[in-house]
Ligand binder design. Sequence first.
Ligand code: SF4
Ligand code: SF4
Length: 62
Amino acid sequence: MYIVSIDEEVCTGCNSCTEGCPARILGFNGEKAFVEGDETECMGCESCISVCPSGAVSITEM
Ligand code: SF4
Ligand code: SF4
């Protein structure tokens, strides 16, 4: 199981991470990305991490 989190203080709001999430759990509120679904539904694909220019996304394997 993986848990994804986004550090709002670090996110620059580029919105690069949301579209590529196969679990569709990343949302964008116009300023920041956030986890809008069940954070434990993260598949651990690291797509969001690879596209994030600021290192705001982190994944923890439980
Ligand atoms: S690691 Fe993959 S499944 Fe998990 S939040 Fe990021 S893009 Fe979505
Ligand atoms: S890719 Fe990174 S900086 Fe861009 S919206 Fe997502 S978390 Fe924020």
